[in-house]
Design a protein around this ligand. Structure first.
Ligand SMILES: [Zn+2]
Ligand SMILES: [Zn+2]
Length: 369
């Protein structure tokens, strides 16, 4: 395998350069070494691959930081350091929202599907904020109870690095759209009850781009954007319930014309537990005892979220009695304290007694009379 070239050297930039410098350097070099510009030239192809690898790694602040600190080893997927979690947290600025219905009455329909992002941009000049994105995450009951830091790969759309977002195959020509005169928008007259009215709409000839592509880019099919995945850390706080959302600032779709990036909403789906039934921050489970334990009382073992625990039941316990284990439930995210666990006791009537046991019970029955 060829020796890897230092990413900063590959892009011919200083180590303390800005993300914008990296982008500029990449564009300049990519134009020079792109395989379409140098067909059949293996050296250029390798060079292009090197600068593309460098660009991908350095444009993501997360991977750039890892590379700065640990070199290529830091980019190995299995690589972990102690600082990792703290760094990632500040970067993604995860902020928990623990309401069941954070989207209010308007509901989830306001949140764009990831697949709806992208498409044609209008050619106006007003900055437009990027859409908020939604990501569904399945977590276990225990993780909901105690919280979880997890990394998820979210689909993002990035400017196509082959056509630099123009949608045109490198080297091919583009023409100004004659239908909209390069504006991307056209006025159409619409018939209403009050007569006809002019409305502005996206030009269907150039799809709002303002230009006509002779050859659409082969990498992005002319859309100017490609889908990639970005790994981000999501901090799930303790006590979240099914349907809770976590908002991650600035990880939604990019804005256009300088508008701010949208947010990412991670919607949590909490799996059911085999033993515990959840009621808000309280949990309920059932346990079986035999009738001797019910009569004389006993110390029994019951499951809790932290593992088996001892619980005393008093003499004369009736079937169906519910005992409370204080503070063994889930954290109430609003109040910050833990709810209780409730244990419902069922007394099991013996079904297979031997002769001696039967005689003793008969004696007991007679003594009661
Ligand atoms: Zn492209
Ligand atoms: Zn047009």
């Amino acid at each position: 395998m060829a020796k890897k070239i230092d990413y900063y050297e590959a892009l011919e930039v200083d180590r303390d350069c800005s993300q914008a410098d990296i982008k500029t350097a990449y564009r300049r070099l990519a134009r020079k070494y792109h395989p379409d510009v140098n067909p059949g030239d293996l050296e250029s192809a390798q060079k292009f691959k090197d600068i593309k690898d460098a660009y991908d790694a350095l444009m993501n602040p997360l991977t750039r930081d890892k590379y700065d600190q640990h070199g290529f080893a830091g980019l190995d997927p299995g690589f972990r350091t102690q600082e990792d979690s703290s760094f990632v947290v500040t970067d993604s600025q995860a902020e928990p929202i623990v309401s069941d219905d954070v989207f209010g009455a308007a509901g989830m329909d306001d949140i764009y599907n990831v697949s709806e992002v992208g498409g044609s941009a209008d050619r106006g000049t007003t900055p437009e904020p990027g859409s908020d994105l939604r990501f569904d995450l399945d977590i276990s009951f225990e993780d909901a109870a105690f919280g979880l830091d997890t990394e998820v790969d979210i689909p993002i759309f990035q400017e196509c690095d082959m056509c630099f977002g123009t949608g045109a195959q490198p080297g091919s020509s583009t023409r100004k759209c004659h239908v909209c005169n390069g504006q991307g928008m056209v006025s159409v007259s619409e018939q209403t009850a009050q007569g006809s009215r002019l409305t502005r709409t996206t030009c269907s000839t150039c799809l709002g781009r303002g230009i006509i592509l002779d050859y659409p880019c082969s990498q992005c099919d002319g859309s100017g954007q490609v889908q990639k995945y970005e790994r981000i850390l999501v901090k799930v706080p303790s006590g979240v319930d099914n349907g809770s959302c976590i908002r991650v600032h600035g990880k939604g779709a990019p804005g256009s014309k300088g508008g701010p990036t949208g947010d990412l909403y991670v919607v949590l789906h909490v799996r059911e537990h085999e033993i515990f039934e959840r009621h808000g921050s309280e949990i309920l489970c059932e346990t079986l005892i035999d009738f001797v334990q019910a009569v004389f009382g006993a110390e029994i073992q019951v499951p809790t979220l932290e593992g088996p625990a001892k619980m005393r039941i008093p003499p004369g316990t009736q079937t169906g009695t519910i005992f409370r284990l204080r503070g063994k439930g889930l954290v109430d995210p609003q109040k910050g304290r833990r709810g209780d666990q409730h244990v419902k006791v069922t007394v099991v009537t013996p079904t297979s007694l031997n002769e001696r046991q039967k005689k003793l019970l008969m004696k007991y029955a007679m003594a009661v009379e």
